[in-house]
Design a protein around this ligand. Structure first.
Ligand SMILES: [Mn+2]
Length: 301
């Protein structure tokens, strides 16, 4: 692997490392785990190419965040080799993700998982929940509920991701929803542990709606999962299942700011980035910048 040093040294960005360079695992607080898997996707496939494109685009990011006036990279970010998915078997892939995430967490570092479709999330949530004796909350940003018990003949489809993940969490809040099946709504109405906050509520009530929900959560550590389709297709067209009526950049980062400020996020993921032709660098760069913003907000909290 080519040596890449930044800042203060020769700048030879490596497109397979977040920000183009690696800090040592020992000195890093954040560990990026790329998971190039889309065996659980149902609309447009291709999320397997997401991590590579996002990470490659991240080498163009400025390490300094002018909004927050610090360089989050100073906390140390280490990028692992991509996890090898079990092709056609999202359940086994998720379990593989879970083992790696538990190992990163056990070494007192913050796992940052880059998908891949959303079916990788339950593996991470259930592994961390086991580490914590079940005391884990789950906060999700997603256009969809992903609460199907079974979808397309599989219980491990990305449309079932939060149904499975919520089985391993104490409380679950799903933020930015604007598409749901009647079966999912029925399940949601009968679940005391799961709350949905609709995209329309954020449009009308602003970030206060999120702050209120975060304050009501029991004081357990939280896993944060971001499905990139929570953003409006105008701001982020390259996702597997685009859905109109989503959040713009400022709403998305505003929601994330409230979440990181009010709950203790111990691990997070960004899923469903699905590179699409014609978007040039803009979608990959936006996805990379959003992930870096999550690291920044985590570092500030
Ligand atoms: Mn979704």
């Amino acid at each position: 692997m080519a040596r890449a040093i930044r800042p203060g040294g020769p700048w030879e960005p490596n497109p397979s490392l977040f920000l183009g360079y690696n800090q040592s695992y020992e000195k890093s607080k954040y560990v990026v785990l790329p998971v190039p898997s889309d065996s659980g996707s149902t609309c447009l496939p291709g999320a397997r190419f997401g991590p590579q494109e996002l990470i490659s685009a991240s080498r163009f990011l400025e390490p300094y965040d002018p909004e927050l006036d610090f360089s989050p990279a100073d906390a140390g970010i280490h990028t692992l080799q991509p996890l090898e998915p079990v092709q056609g078997d999202p359940r086994s892939t998720a379990e593989r993700v879970g083992r790696q995430v538990a190992a990163i967490y056990s070494s007192n570092r913050i796992p940052v998982i880059v998908g891949g479709d959303h079916s990788i999330t339950p593996g991470a949530v259930s592994a961390l929940s086991s580490e914590l004796g079940g005391d884990l909350n789950l906060v999700v940003l997603d256009a969809h509920l992903d609460l199907y018990d079974e979808y397309g003949g599989s219980r491990f489809s990305h449309a079932c991701a939060i149904r499975r993940a919520a089985e391993a969490s104490r409380k679950t809040v799903i933020i930015g929803v604007r598409s749901a099946g009647i079966e999912e709504i029925t399940f949601l109405r009968n679940s005391s542990g799961i709350q949905a906050i609709w995209s329309r509520e954020i449009r009308d009530g602003g970030v206060d709606v999120i702050s209120e929900a975060m304050r009501r959560l029991p004081p357990h550590p939280t896993y944060l999962s971001l499905d990139l389709d929570v953003m409006d297709p105008g701001a982020m067209p390259c996702v597997g299942c685009p859905e109109p009526g989503g959040l713009d950049w400022w709403e998305t980062t505003g929601v994330l700011e409230a979440v990181f400020r009010l709950v203790d996020v111990i691990a997070f993921d960004l899923t469903e980035f699905t590179p699409c032709p014609g978007s040039g660098l803009s979608s990959a760069y936006t996805a990379a910048k959003l992930l870096y913003k999550m690291i920044a907000l985590s570092e500030l909290s």
